[in-house]
Design a protein around this ligand. Structure first.
Ligand SMILES: *Cc1c(COP(=O)(O)O)cnc(C)c1O
Length: 461
C-alpha cells in the first residue's frame, strides 16, 4: 500500500509530460491541475482504504483521456436538464412543468434586455410589476383582481397574514394538509399570526360545524384542496356555494388554497376531480390561491385571484416585497397565460397539457420506436403503464401510458438505473420488479436519441 502511495506522481512534475502538456494547450492549466488533483486524491483514498488499485500509466494517452473526461464533467452545470421517464408529468424533484418555447423566449427577452418591469410606458411614471399579467388572469378566471407572488405557499401565507392576523381561521379537519417540504397548513396558519379553529371530523364536516365555530374573532373560512391524497367512503363536505353564502351572511372571507390551478376543463381527458379556477370563483369563493408550475404549465409562481377589495389589501401588505415574483418568472407566466387564448390551442402549445392529452397511440408509437432503437443493446419489452399528473394533482387518477422495460445482461436494475443517472444527459426512470421502466408519456420524440445514448454508454461504476 505505502509502495503504491509513493508511486503517485507529483502534480508539478506531470505538467511537463507531453500528453498533459497537450491537455493544457486544448483546455486550461487551472482545469488540468484541478482534474489531476481530483484524480490523484481519488487514487490515494482508494489505496489508503486498502482497495486493489491498478495504477495507470500517468504519462499515457489513456490517463490523459481520463483527465479530459474529468475536466468535461467539471465544466457541466450542477443544475441541468434530465430526461423524465418516470411517467409523472409534473414531478417536483424534476422541476415540475416544462415551459413552452414562447415562455422561454419571453424570459430571454426580459433577461438579456432592460424591460418595463416597473415603468408605465403610457405615463412614463413608475409602474407596478403586478400589473403585467393581472388582466389576463382576470380574463381567464373571471376574477375581479389578481396578485402574483413567488409560489403558492407564499400566496397562502400572504393571504392569511393580510386578512386574519390575530384573528381566527375556520378550517375542516379533513383538509389540514401537508403538501411536502413540511409545509403543513396548521403550522402555516399559526406562523401567519392567525388562530386555527378546526371543525368537523377527518371524513365529514357539515355546514353547521362551520356556522357554530364562527364568533366575533373569526376572519376567514379556509378551504384547501386535498390535492395529494383522497379520503374515500363515508365522507362529506359542504358545497362551496353554501360555504360562500355562510361567509357572506357573517361578513367573512371565504378563501381556498387550491394548489394546482387548472384554468380549463380537463374532463374531456378523463380528469374530472380537478376543480377549474373559474368555477370555484363562480361558486362564490372570495379568493383562491394556486401554483404557476403545476397544471397551469408555467413557471414557479403563486397566483391569488378573486375579489378586488381582498386583493387590494394583500397588495398593500408590507411583506409583499419579501414574497414577490422575479421578472423572469413573471415574463414566463404572462407568455404561458397568453397561450390559453386564441389563436392558440393550450392542449397543443402548453407542454404539460399536451403531454396529459397525448393520444395513447402516439405514446405507443414512441415506445415501439425506442425499443427498436435499443435492439442489440439491451433486452426490451413494451408494456402498458400508468402515468400520473403529479405535483399533488389527481393522486389516484392513472393516465393510460406505455413503458419500455429494459434489462441489461451485465447489470441489475439498480446498477442500470444508477448508470442512466450518470449519463451526460441523465435519464430518470423507475424500477419495477427488477426491471428499469421508461415511461413514454413524459418523454418527447426529440429526447429518444438521448435515451438511446445513455443506455448505449451505460456501464457499472
Ligand atoms: C402544491 C400545493 C401548494 C404549494 O404550492 P407551491 O407553488 O409549491 O408553493 C399549496 N397548497 C396545495 C393544496 C398544493 O397542492
Amino acid at each position: 500500500m505505502n509502495d503504491q502511495l509513493r508511486q503517485l506522481p507529483q502534480i508539478e512534475a506531470m505538467l511537463t509530460s507531453p500528453t498533459i502538456g497537450a491537455l493544457i494547450y486544448t483546455h486550461s492549466r487551472d482545469e488540468v491541475v484541478a482534474a489531476l488533483r481530483l484524480t490523484l486524491a481519488n487514487l490515494r483514498r482508494a489505496i489508503t482504504k486498502g482497495d486493489l488499485v491498478q495504477l495507470p500509466d500517468f504519462v499515457g494517452d489513456a490517463f490523459a483521456d481520463r483527465l479530459r473526461t474529468v475536466i468535461e464533467q467539471e465544466r457541466r452545470l450542477n443544475l441541468r436538464a434530465v430526461v423524465n421517464a418516470t411517467g409523472i408529468i409534473i414531478h417536483t424533484n424534476l422541476g415540475r412543468a416544462r415551459l413552452a418555447p414562447q415562455a422561454i423566449e419571453a424570459m430571454r427577452d426580459v433577461g438579456l434586455n432592460p424591460s418595463n418591469l416597473e415603468l408605465n410606458l403610457t405615463t412614463g411614471k413608475r409602474g407596478s410589476r403586478y400589473d403585467h399579467a393581472e388582466a389576463l388572469i382576470c380574463e381567464l378566471t373571471g376574477a375581479e383582481a389578481a396578485l402574483i407572488v413567488n409560489n403558492c405557499a407564499a400566496a397562502v401565507v400572504l393571504g392569511l397574514m393580510g386578512t386574519a392576523m390575530g384573528r381566527t381561521v375556520v378550517a375542516s379537519r379533513g383538509e389540514l394538509i401537508e403538501i411536502g417540504g413540511s409545509f403543513r397548513l396548521p403550522d402555516v396558519i399559526a406562523q401567519s399570526g392567525a388562530i386555527l379553529r378546526e371543525v368537523g371530523a377527518t371524513n365529514k364536516t357539515r355546514l353547521s360545524d362551520y356556522a357554530e365555530a364562527i364568533n366575533d374573532d373569526t376572519a376567514v373560512l379556509l378551504k384547501s384542496h386535498t390535492s395529494n391524497f383522497k379520503i374515500v367512503g363515508f365522507t362529506s363536505a359542504p358545497a362551496r356555494r353554501d360555504l360562500a353564502k355562510l361567509a357572506k351572511d357573517r361578513n367573512l372571507i371565504l378563501m381556498e388554497d387550491l394548489g394546482s390551478g387548472v384554468l380549463i376543463d380537463l374532463s374531456p381527458y378523463g380528469m374530472t376531480d380537478e376543480p377549474v379556477v373559474a368555477d370555484i370563483l363562480r361558486a362564490g369563493v372570495d379568493v383562491v390561491m394556486f401554483s404557476g408550475d403545476k397544471l397551469l404549465g408555467g413557471p414557479q409562481a403563486g397566483i391569488i385571484a378573486g375579489k378586488a377589495d381582498v386583493i387590494a389589501k394583500l397588495r398593500s401588505h408590507p411583506l409583499l416585497r419579501a414574497l414577490r415574483i422575479d421578472k423572469l418568472s413573471l415574463a414566463a407566466l404572462e407568455a404561458t397565460l397568453r397561450l390559453y387564448r386564441a389563436p392558440h390551442d393550450p392542449f397543443q402549445t402548453i407542454p404539460v397539457l399536451k403531454m396529459l392529452s397525448e393520444p395513447l397511440a402516439d405514446v405507443q408509437a414512441r415506445a415501439n420506436a425506442l425499443a427498436a432503437q435499443l435492439d442489440g443493446l439491451v433486452t426490451t419489452l413494451v408494456i402498458p403503464s400508468d402515468a400520473y399528473v403529479g405535483g399533488g394533482s389527481l393522486p389516484q387518477q392513472g393516465l393510460q401510458s406505455v413503458a419500455v422495460s429494459i434489462a441489461h445482461p451485465d447489470m441489475t436494475a439498480e446498477t442500470l438505473a444508477d448508470a442512466l443517472r450518470r449519463a451526460p444527459v441523465p435519464v430518470i426512470g423507475r424500477i419495477h420488479q427488477d426491471q428499469v421502466l421508461l415511461d413514454m408519456r413524459t418523454v418527447t420524440d426529440a429526447e429518444l436519441p438521448l435515451v438511446v445514448d445513455a443506455i448505449g454508454h451505460a456501464r457499472p461504476q
